[in-house]
Design a binder for this molecule. Structure first.
Ligand SMILES: Nc1ncnc2c1ncn2[C@@H]1O[C@H](COP(=O)(O)OP(=O)(O)O)[C@@H](O)[C@H]1O
Ligand SMILES: [Mg+2]
Length: 261
């Protein structure tokens, strides 16, 4: 987003893994900036290194070479200013919905009443206030993912890192959660780095769609999505949306073909 300060700077990052079959270069020569308040979606074929990139920003993995900075400081470990939501909900099954949301707040040293207020706020945001005392196993996939999102928001991170968070959900639930996420971003403009392999989802949500190439993952192109917010499912019918969809799909499809070769 032009004008805003750089929140995350990815500087010439390479990440390789060594395994039984030798070295896999997951990412090579990746550089990009994420601006403060920006909503970025990353799209690319399976195995192109999207999750690896997210894990590097999260501090869960280290680059083989190159560096990543958050507010100008090198990222070397996970931190509370980065909230992560994975495709698989990763809830604690032995804790209620409310306790799952409160878990990180407790570690932050919040008082019981503060924790309660924060959990209430974000459970309301994801419309799960009536399920606060249920256990994860009593919830549908979509509801579990809403708990994971509420938990990430409750920590009040400066940036949300979301790895195909809606990938395992049915189309209707997915559409609902896209709208919830849009509404929240439109209100709070929390910097968001969101991975998806769904072109429509990427365009619907993002200000910038970053297209990655087939492995080794590189940034192929950054596309500005100049469609005004607020957006909702109807936005998908706009001619600008359809034009962008055709354009990005063409680029992504080429990379899918590379993977198949
Ligand atoms: N821990 C690991 N050990 C070895 N190889 C890995 C590891 N994590 C990812 N890879 C490899 O790196 C490449 C990129 O993986 P990933 O980042 O998960 O891709 P994506 O999320 O785009 O599908 C793949 O070839 C994958 O097999
Ligand atoms: Mg992945």
């Amino acid at each position: 987003m032009a004008g805003n300060a750089v929140k995350v700077k990815i500087d010439n990052v390479k990440k390789s893994f060594s395994g039984v079959k030798g070295e896999t270069i997951a990412l090579n020569g990746v550089s990009m900036d994420i601006a403060e308040n920006e909503f970025v979606c990353v799209i690319g074929p399976s195995g192109c290194g999207k999750s690896t990139l997210l894990n590097l920003i999260a501090g869960l993995k280290e680059p083989t070479s190159g560096k990543i900075y958050l507010d100008g400081r090198e990222i070397t470990a996970p931190g509370p200013e980065r909230g992560v939501v994975f495709q698989q909900y990763a809830l604690f099954p032995w804790l209620t919905v409310r306790k799952n949301v409160e878990f990180g707040l407790k570690l932050k040293g919040m008082s019981k009443s503060e924790m309660g207020a924060v959990a209430d706020k974000y459970l309301r945001m994801v419309e799960l206030q009536d399920f606060a005392d249920n256990f994860p196993k009593e919830l549908s996939g979509g509801m579990k993912q809403r708990v994971a999102i509420a938990r990430a928001y409750a920590m009040n991170p400066e940036i949300l890192l979301m790895d195909e968070p809606f990938g395992a959900l049915d189309a209707q639930t997915r559409a609902q959660l896209q709208e919830d996420l849009l509404e929240t971003w439109e209100k709070e403009q929390k910097t968001c780095f969101f991975i998806t392999h769904d072109v429509e989802e990427a365009i619907l949500l993002a200000q910038t769609v970053v297209i990655m190439s087939a492995r080794p993952g590189r940034i192929k192109e950054s596309v500005a999505i100049d469609i005004p917010y607020p957006r909702n499912q109807a936005t998908k019918m706009m001619p600008e949306f359809i034009e962008l969809k055709n354009y990005i799909w063409g680029k992504v499809y080429k990379e899918y073909l590379e993977v198949k070769k």
